[in-house]
Design a protein around this ligand. Structure first.
Ligand SMILES: Nc1nc2c(c(=O)[nH]1)N[C@H]1C(S)=C(S)[C@@H](COP(=O)(O)OP(=O)(O)OC[C@H]3O[C@@H](n4cnc5c(=O)[nH]c(N)nc54)[C@H](O)[C@@H]3O)O[C@H]1N2
Ligand SMILES: Nc1nc2c(c(=O)[nH]1)N[C@H]1C(S)=C(S)[C@@H](COP(=O)(O)OP(=O)(O)OC[C@H]3O[C@@H](n4cnc5c(=O)[nH]c(N)nc54)[C@H](O)[C@@H]3O)O[C@H]1N2
Ligand code: SF4
Ligand SMILES: [Mo]
Length: 894
C-alpha cells in the first residue's frame, strides 16, 4: 500500500521535485541519510523514478549545506548574528506589527513557493488575509502556472486540469507544445514512450523552437518561433473548420462564442500563419488533421506557452482546439497542463496566489470573502487587490513594502530583471527569508533568516498534475534548530496576534499538520474541487486520491458530461487576437534568447548540486547557439562571449547546437549569481507581464552576442564542498566579470570548479590571493609560477594523489589535470604538463547518470556497431531510470 509506515521505519512519501508527484519509499539510515526507491503502488509512477528522484537520498543529511539556526541582522550593514528562535520570532512579530501600525497592512507582503506543502500555504494564507489583513500573498507559481490557470478559467470556467495520467494509454494523438517532458517530467515521458510502443499508430506532435529530447519521439516536429504559438493554433483550427474536421454537435451543445472566433480565424490561413510562426504550412495542415481525426487527442503543455506576455492567449487558443473537436472529457483526451513544482496545484487550491482564496474562491468576490471569513471566524477579509509577484517587487523597489517575507523560493535567482529585484530587496526595511539550504542568493538580503525543515523531514500533503493528493511523510527529524514551515508560520502568527488581535491567537493553534489539513479540506466543501471528505486517515488507509473526492473515490476526468464550470455551463471560445511577445528583436539585439531546464538539475540547484552524479550531465554554464548564427557573428565553438541587452549582461562560453532554430539561443535557467557571477541568467530576462495572468515573459529576451574580449584566464579545481569554500570565493569573484563557480564530480568525489576571466591580468597581490585564499595553508604544492609574466601554476598534492590545482594566466594544462583528478593517468612530467608541453585531454560528459556511462564510451560503442539495445546490454547505460534513452537514440542517429 502507498500508506503510512511499514517495517524498518520505511515511510511512503512523494518526490520533492517535479509536479509528476512520484511516490517514493524512504528508509532512514543510521548515518543520518535516507535510501529512496520508487513506490510500486503509487499511481503516478508505479515504482519508476527519474535521475533526480533516484538520487534523493544522496542530497539528504548534508549539514554543511543546511541552515541550522535563526540569524538576525541589526541594520543593513551589520553582519548576521546567530539568534534563538525566541529572539527571531520576537523580531519578526514586532517588525510586522510596526509596519501594520505605521504603514497599514498592505506594507506587508508574502512571496512564497509551489514547493511548500498544502498545510504550509494554508497557514500563510490565514496569516496574510486573516490576521495581517492584506491580499499581498503570491508565489513563484506566478512565474510558472498562472497563465495555465487563467487559460482554464477563461475557457472552462475553473482552474482544473481535466485529464489524468492514464490518458496517455488511451490517446491516439499527443500534442506537446512548449514542454520538454523528457527533461522536466521524465516519468510521464516514460509513460508516453510505453504508450507509443504499445500503440505504434499513436501520433506525437512536438512544437518547440528547440529540437529537444522530447522531440526525438515526435512523428511531426514543429519548430515554432518563440512566442508565436497563437498563430499556429489558430491556423490549425482554421484548417479543421475548412476541412470539416470539427465536431459541430459538441460546439453546438457545450460551448459558446464560436462564431466570433471563427470570423477572427479567417485571416489565419496556413500560409499567413506560417509567416508568423515559422512552421511550414504543410506541417500546420498535417498537425491539424492528426489532432482532429484521432480518436482521442491529449495536449501536454508547460512553460513554452505560459512564460510569455501572451501566455493566457496561447493557453486559450490551444484549449479551443479541444473544444472544437470534442477532444475533452473522455479517455485519452483533453488539454493537460503539466504542473512544474511538486505542489503548485496545492497552492492553487489553497489560495497561494494574490488572485485566489481557499477553495478556488476569488478575493474580488464579496460573497467568497464572507464565506472564508466565516470559516475562519474573523469579521472580514481584505477587499483591496493583492500584488502579484512582479508587482510586489516593483512596489518594494518603490519603497511601498516595509516587510517582505520570502519562503521556499529564491527570487534573487529566479525572478526576471534581476536589477529591479535586487534593488527591491535592498529597499525593503525587513526581509524575512525562510529557507532550508545555505547557498540561496536571496539570503544575502535577509534581515531575519528562519531555518526550515525540508524533504524528508516534513509532514503534510501535495497535489500533483492530475489533481491527485498524496501524503508527504517525514523520515528524519529536522537538523539543528530547523522547523517545519507550517510550524514557523503558526509560531510567528501567534506572536503577532498576541500583539495586534489577541482573540485571533487561537486561529493559529494546531497540534500537527493533520489538523491543518482538516481545516483546509473543509474550505473546499461545495466547490468544484470538493475534497472536504478527505482526511489523513483516508490517505493513510486508501492511498492517494484525486479531486473532486466524494468520500469514496476521486474523479479521474472532468467535464465528461459536457457541463463546464461557467455560469451558463458552456465552455467559452475567446476572441483571441494576435500579439507579438514584448521583447522585439532589432538590428542590435537580433538573437531570441530562451531559457529552460536541464535534465539533472532543479532550479537554483540547492539540492541537485549536492549529488555528484547529477552534476556530470551538463557541468558548466553555456550559451547554445545555432552554428549558422555563430558563423554570422564570427564566433568559435567554446569561445567566451558577452550576452547583453538593455537590462543586463552575462559572460559565458558559446557552444554550437544545431537542435535550435536559427536565430534562437538557449541558456539553462539554473545558473544564477552563485554559479555564474554577476546577477546570473535572469540579468537578461524581461518582466513584461501577461495582462490576464500577470505572468512574466521569462522565455524570451532579445539579446546581442559578441566576443567577450577577456583574454586573461584562470581556472581552478579544488576538492571540497562548495558551501564551505563560498565565503572565500565570493570575496575573490567580485573582481572579475566572468567568475563561474560550480560543483563538479571527479572520480565520484565532489570538487569546486572556478573559472575567471578578465580584460587584463590582475595585480600580483590579487593573483597571490587566488591560491592562498582557496588552497589550505598546509597544502603540499607543485608550483611552476612565473610571477613576472602574471602566471601561477600550482598543483595541490597529497603524496602522489592530486587534490586540486590553480592555473592563472596560462590554463593550457586544464584538460589534462582535470582528467588526472578524474581518475585518469598521472602525467609523465608534471613540469612539462604545466608548461603546456603535454597534450590536453578533453573530459567526456556523463550521459547516463544512473550507471555513470560517459559520452566517449557510448560513441565508441556506436562506432563498434551497437544500437540502443546493444548499448544497454554492453554498457548498461539507459537501464536505470531511462532518462538518457532519448539522448542515446540521438547519439545513435548522429
Ligand atoms: N529537470 C528538471 N525538471 C523540472 C524542473 C527543473 O528545474 N529541472 N522544474 C519544474 C518546473 S517548476 C517546471 S515549471 C517545469 C517546466 O517544464 P517545461 O516547461 O517542460 O521546461 P522548460 O525547459 O522551462 O521549457 C519547455 C520548452 O519550452 C520551449 N519554448 C520556449 N519558447 C517557446 C514558444 O514560444 N513556444 C513553444 N511551443 N515552446 C517554447 C523551450 O525551448 C523548452 O524546450 O519543469 C519541472 N521539472
Ligand atoms: N530564466 C528563467 N527563470 C525562471 C524560469 C525559467 O524557465 N527561466 N522558470 C521559473 C519557474 S517555472 C519557477 S517554478 C521558478 C523556480 O524558482 P525558485 O522557486 O526560486 O527555485 P528553487 O531553487 O527551487 O527555490 C526554492 C528555494 O527553497 C529552498 N527550499 C527547499 N526546500 C525547502 C523547504 O522545505 N522549506 C523552505 N522554506 N525552503 C526550502 C531551496 O533551497 C531554494 O532556495 O523559477 C522561475 N525562473
Ligand atoms: S519525474 Fe522525477 S523529479 Fe518528477 S516526481 Fe518523478 S522522480 Fe521526482
Ligand atoms: Mo515552475
Amino acid at each position: 500500500m502507498t500508506t503510512a509506515t511499514g517495517h524498518n521505519n520505511t515511510v511512503s512519501s512523494i518526490c520533492c521535485y517535479c509536479g509528476t508527484g512520484c511516490g517514493v519509499r524512504v528508509t532512514p539510515q543510521a548515518n543520518g541519510t535516507v535510501t529512496v526507491i520508487g513506490d510500486e503502488q503509487h499511481p503516478a509512477n508505479f515504482g519508476r523514478l527519474c535521475s533526480k528522484g533516484r538520487t534523493l537520498g544522496e542530497s539528504t543529511g548534508r549539514l554543511s549545506a543546511r541552515l541550522l539556526r535563526p540569524t538576525l541582522r541589526h541594520g543593513k550593514d551589520a553582519l548576521p548574528q546567530p539568534a534563538s528562535w525566541n529572539d527571531a520570532l520576537r523580531m519578526a512579530g514586532s517588525k510586522l506589527s510596526a509596519a501594520i501600525r505605521e504603514h497599514g497592512p498592505d506594507s506587508v507582503a508574502f512571496y512564497l513557493s509551489g514547493q511548500l506543502l498544502t498545510e504550509d500555504y494554508y497557514l500563510f494564507n490565514k496569516l496574510a488575509r486573516g490576521l495581517v489583513g492584506s491580499n499581498n500573498i503570491d508565489t513563484n507559481s506566478r512565474l510558472c502556472m498562472s497563465s495555465a490557470v487563467s487559460g482554464y478559467k477563461q475557457t472552462l470556467g475553473a482552474d482544473a486540469p481535466p485529464a489524468c495520467y492514464e490518458d496517455f494509454d488511451h490517446a491516439g494523438c499527443v500534442f506537446i507544445a512548449g514542454a520538454n517532458m523528457a527533461y522536466a517530467h521524465p516519468v510521464l515521458f516514460r509513460r508516453l514512450e510505453e504508450a507509443k510502443a504499445a500503440n505504434p499508430a499513436m501520433k506525437i506532435i512536438v512544437a518547440d523552437p528547440r529540437r529537444t529530447d522530447t522531440a526525438s519521439i515526435a512523428d511531426l516536429y514543429l519548430p515554432v518561433l518563440p512566442g508565436t504559438d497563437v498563430a499556429l493554433f489558430h491556423a490549425m483550427l482554421n484548417v479543421m473548420i475548412w476541412e470539416e474536421l470539427i465536431d459541430r454537435d459538441y460546439i453546438e451543445q457545450h460551448t459558446e462564442g464560436f462564431a466570433v472566433l471563427r470570423a477572427r480565424l479567417r485571416e489565419f490561413t496556413p500560409r499567413a500563419a506560417s509567416e508568423l510562426c515559422g512552421v511550414h504550412e504543410d506541417d500546420i495542415v498535417t498537425a491539424a488533421r492528426w489532432f482532429a481525426s484521432s480518436p482521442a487527442t491529449l495536449s501536454c503543455y508547460t512553460m513554452g506557452l505560459n512564460q510569455y506576455s501572451n501566455g493566457s492567449d496561447k493557453n486559450a487558443a490551444l484549449i479551443h482546439l479541444h473544444l472544437a473537436t470534442g477532444h475533452i472529457g473522455k479517455p485519452g483526451a483533453g488539454p493537460f497542463s503539466l504542473t512544474g513544482q511538486p505542489n503548485a496545484m496545492g497552492g492553487r487550491e489553497v489560495g497561494g496566489l494574490a488572485t485566489v482564496l481557499p477553495g478556488h474562491r476569488d478575493p474580488a468576490n464579496a460573497a467568497h470573502r464572507a464565506e472564508v471569513a466565516a470559516l475562519w471566524g474573523v469579521p472580514e477579509l481584505p477587499s483591496r487587490p493583492g500584488l502579484t509577484a512582479i508587482e510586489m517587487f516593483e512596489a518594494a523597489a518603490e519603497g511601498r513594502i516595509k516587510v517582505l517575507w520570502i519562503a521556499c523560493t529564491n527570487p534573487a535567482h529566479s525572478l526576471p530583471d534581476q536589477t529591479l529585484v535586487r534593488a527591491a530587496l535592498e529597499k525593503v526595511d525587513c526581509v524575512i527569508v525562510q529557507e532550508a539550504f545555505a547557498g540561496s542568493e536571496t539570503l544575502a538580503y535577509a534581515d531575519i533568516v528562519l531555518p526550515a525543515a525540508t524533504w524528508p523531514e516534513k509532514d503534510g500533503s501535495v497535489t500533483n498534475s492530475e489533481r491527485r493528493i498524496s501524503r508527504v511523510r517525514a523520515a528524519l527529524p529536522p537538523p539543528g534548530q530547523a522547523r517545519a514551515d507550517w510550524r514557523i508560520v503558526a509560531d510567528v502568527a501567534r506572536w503577532l496576534a498576541a500583539d495586534i488581535a489577541p482573540e485571533r491567537v487561537r486561529l493559529f493553534e494546531f497540534t500537527d499538520a493533520g489538523a491543518v489539513f482538516a481545516e483546509h479540506a473543509a474550505t473546499t466543501a461545495g466547490r468544484d474541487l470538493d475534497y472536504s471528505r478527505l482526511s489523513y486517515a483516508i490517505l493513510d488507509t486508501q492511498g492517494p486520491q484525486q479531486w473532486p473526492f466524494d468520500g469514496k473515490v476521486g474523479r479521474k476526468r472532468l467535464y465528461a458530461d459536457g457541463v463546464f464550470a461557467t455560469t451558463s455551463g458552456r465552455a467559452r471560445f475567446l476572441d483571441v487576437g494576435w500579439r507579438l511577445p514584448a521583447d522585439k528583436v532589432s538590428a542590435h539585439f537580433s538573437i531570441r534568447l530562451t531559457t529552460g531546464r536541464l535534465r539533472d538539475h532543479w532550479h537554483s540547484m540547492s539540492r541537485t548540486a549536492l549529488v555528484p552524479g547529477l552534476t556530470r550531465h551538463v557541468e558548466e554554464p553555456l550559451l547554445s547557439m545555432h552554428p549558422r548564427d555563430m558563423q554570422r557573428h564570427r564566433l568559435q565553438d567554446g569561445e567566451l562571449v558577452k550576452v547583453r541587452n538593455k537590462r543586463g549582461a552575462i559572460w559565458l562560453p558559446v557552444e554550437a547546437d544545431d537542435s535550435l532554430r536559427p536565430g534562437v539561443a538557449f541558456i539553462p535557467m539554473h545558473w544564477g549569481a552563485a554559479a555564474l557571477g554577476g546577477q546570473g541568467v535572469n540579468a537578461l530576462t524581461s518582466r513584461a507581464l501577461d495582462p490576464h495572468s500577470k505572468q512574466p515573459e521569462l522565455k524570451l529576451a532579445a539579446v546581442s552576442v559578441e566576443p567577450a574580449r577577456l583574454p586573461w584566464r584562470a581556472t581552478m579545481l579544488l576538492r571540497g564542498d562548495v558551501q564551505v569554500l563560498r565565503p572565500q570565493l565570493d570575496a575573490l569573484r567580485a573582481a572579475f566579470p566572468y567568475a563561474v563557480a560550480v560543483p563538479v564530480s571527479l572520480n565520484g568525489v565532489e570538487h569546486l570548479r572556478l573559472r575567471l576571466a578578465a580584460a587584463v591580468a590582475p595585480s600580483s597581490e590579487l593573483l597571490a590571493e587566488l591560491a592562498t585564499r582557496l588552497l589550505p595553508a598546509d597544502a603540499t604544492l607543485a608550483a611552476f609560477d612565473d610571477a613576472a609574466r602574471g602566471i601561477l601554476r600550482r598543483v595541490w598534492l597529497q603524496g602522489r594523489t592530486p587534490l586540486g590545482f590553480v592555473l592563472a594566466g596560462d590554463v593550457r594544462a586544464d584538460g589534462a589535470l582535470t582528467g588526472w583528478l578524474d581518475g585518469g593517468e598521472a602525467p609523465a612530467s608534471l613540469a612539462a604538463l604545466l608548461q603546456g608541453q603535454a597534450a590536453a585531454a578533453n573530459r567526456a560528459r556523463v550521459v547516463c547518470a544512473c550507471e555513470g556511462v560517459r559520452e566517449d564510451a557510448i560513441c565508441a560503442g556506436i562506432r563498434r556497431g551497437l544500437d540502443v539495445d546493444g548499448l544497454k546490454r554492453e554498457l548498461r547505460c539507459g537501464t536505470g531510470c531511462g532518462s538518457c534513452v532519448p539522448e542515446l537514440k540521438r547519439l545513435c542517429a548522429a
